[in-house]
Design a protein around this ligand. Sequence first.
Ligand SMILES: NC(=O)c1ccc[n+]([C@@H]2O[C@H](COP(=O)([O-])OP(=O)(O)OC[C@H]3O[C@@H](n4cnc5c(N)ncnc54)[C@H](OP(=O)(O)O)[C@@H]3O)[C@@H](O)[C@H]2O)c1
Length: 342
Amino acid sequence: MPDATNRRILLRSRPVGEPGEENFALDEAPVPEPGEGQFLGRTVYLSLDPYMRGRMAAGRSYASPAEVGQPMVGATVGQVARSRHPDYHEGDFVLGYWGWQEFGLSDGTGVRKLDPRMGPLSYALGVLGMPGMTAYVALLDIGRPSAGETVVVSAASGAVGSVVGQIAKIKGCRAVGVAGSDAKCRFVVEELGLDACLNYKTQDLDRGLADACPDGVDIYYDNVGGKVLAAVMGHLNRGARIPLVGLISQYNATGPTPGPDLMPLLVNRALVQGFIVSDHPDREADFLRDVSGWLKEGKIKYREAIVEGLENSPRAFLGLFQGENFGKLIVRVGPDPTRSGD
Ligand SMILES: NC(=O)c1ccc[n+]([C@@H]2O[C@H](COP(=O)([O-])OP(=O)(O)OC[C@H]3O[C@@H](n4cnc5c(N)ncnc54)[C@H](OP(=O)(O)O)[C@@H]3O)[C@@H](O)[C@H]2O)c1
């Protein structure tokens, strides 16, 4: 494809506070040629995730930042378009990490081949990928749920939270979600099967938690921090566990954020443990076996928010911080040969 162009979304500048569309630039470049040991991937789906806000900043977190003037980083599902790599052949479907662009090169590092029979290809970016594994490992290994316990999960309709709540139910727990709209809360209760859901934007959280968790909270799976974390603190049981997985409420903060009262952690001997999914590759086989089985059995439902077209990625990414996505946010960058109608 010598004349083909590769549309890319570059990081144009680093945001201060809330990012805006001005931080991104749409650009066109020639489609790159794979070198020896590389393959060229055609993007079918691009994942948009909250952690990308951290990659837009210059400071080193647990991963290095995206470079200004380069394509934004991100996980991709694609098809091998051309290959000079012995293990990847034209037509293979792969989970890769070549970022916000229509075509990308890979040397196979961190790439997983995908079998379309395991489910829709895009699931590798969500329920059967990094967010699903975050739900599974942090809930089971840090939360250690037992039947009869009460689990509260924030961002409960999202990519991570929706899987957390349903695994809590599979494990026999009472599960209570917290989400940012009545429609999301209805979905959490009526579709996902959680016992209750609180809208943190309109409800008194303290009173809502008292009603929804009459026996207190044994596990709080925290995806957001801030006022939801502060409210749950007052309802913790002795021996409670808090997988501290995400703090999206403060990703755009420009100064110190008001902290919650941590005294209940102390008096209840509660354990708070930070969590990074990439530390747990040894759990991937268990995760894929269990969650794909639960999907097939209909025990886990999964919702995606699919946006059409690479050019709409910046706008959709910014919506993550307003709760505009309802389900795992994915961009369809090119046709998906495994779906009829594409
Ligand atoms: N530690 C790890 O290894 C790891 C891995 C994956 C994800 N994470 C974290 O897990 C969390 C969820 O990620 P996800 O991929 O599943 O995203 P998601 O839930 O699909 O989308 C983000 C959601 O966060 C909520 N939100 C946005 N701003 C908020 C605010 N100020 N206060 C409270 N809630 C807010 C919104 O839902 P509402 O409308 O319900 O507010 C939004 O839809 C994020 O914090 C992410 O960074 C951590």
